[in-house]
Design a protein around this ligand. Structure first.
Ligand SMILES: Cc1cc2nc3c(=O)[nH]c(=O)nc-3n(C[C@H](O)[C@H](O)[C@H](O)COP(=O)(O)O)c2cc1C
Length: 207
């Protein structure tokens, strides 16, 4: 799941530990927490799917920035002008898919996303982000997806260290359901979990 250097709890643990649904559910959240901390973790860059009223399902890669295990919340940063934001404001239902070749684990998370474009949630994170190279992603004069001509394409927007909050927004993904699939030479395994407060009631199901 992680690189050899950063290690993975999931890889090191004996397989029997995953026979208990309660242990497995919490283990999956710990792994998500690791992914948000470790830029080499394979779950660090999941695929986020949203619903567009006109064009149907839309999926794209994002970076998992923060995980709050106690509230089962995942945070993703984005440009407030990006189409996914309008899609989520129209319909907050979303799905996030993580895959790890190292463990053979796929984790699908379903829930609702709240878009935060202002408030302390946003200003505190932008204060940390604004002096980094990543700030560039939120400073573009044109919205993501806007059509540009060749001259504009060649233009590099300079990083401005005195930028205001720009177009930085935080997506707060409240996880409601989880679906774990483990591929293995001895057979595949699958389990589904509901998020019910602090509890994660789960059940085994056919892969
Ligand atoms: C490795 C990788 C990581 C990315 N991380 C993010 C991210 O954290 N947030 C984001 O808004 N877009 C991210 N993107 C860009 C999106 O995949 C997408 O192209 C962009 O957000 C526009 O999506 P939209 O038109 O559906 O809104 C990433 C792309 C790649 C390839």
């Amino acid at each position: 799941m992680s690189t050899a250097a950063s290690g993975s709890e999931a890889r090191q643990a004996p397989q029997e530990e995953f026979d208990d649904l309660g242990v497995l559910g919490e283990r999956l959240w710990r792994e998500l927490g690791r992914a948000a901390q470790d830029r080499h973790h394979e779950w660090r860059q999941p695929v986020l799917a949203t619903l567009c009223p006109d064009e149907g399902p839309q999926a794209r890669t994002v970076v998992l920035r923060e995980v709050d295990v106690s509230s089962r919340m995942l945070l993703i940063y984005t440009d407030a002008r990006s189409p996914k934001v309008a899609q989520l404001q129209a319909d907050p239902r979303a799905s996030l898919v993580c895959w790890s070749r190292a463990t053979g684990w796929q984790l699908r998370l379903a829930g609702r996303i709240e878009v935060r474009a202002d408030g302390l949630d946003v200003t505190s994170r932008w204060a940390l982000m604004r002096h980094t190279r990543s700030a560039q992603d939120y400073l573009s004069p044109r919205p993501p997806g806007a059509v540009v001509d060749a001259a504009e394409r060649a233009q590099v927007t300079p990083i401005t260290t005195v930028a205001p909050r720009a177009h930085f927004a935080v997506l707060r993904f409240q996880v409601e359901r989880m679906d774990w699939l483990a591929l293995g030479p001895g057979g595949h395994r699958r389990a589904r979990f509901e998020v019910s407060g602090a509890e994660l009631p789960g059940q085994w199901c056919c892969p």
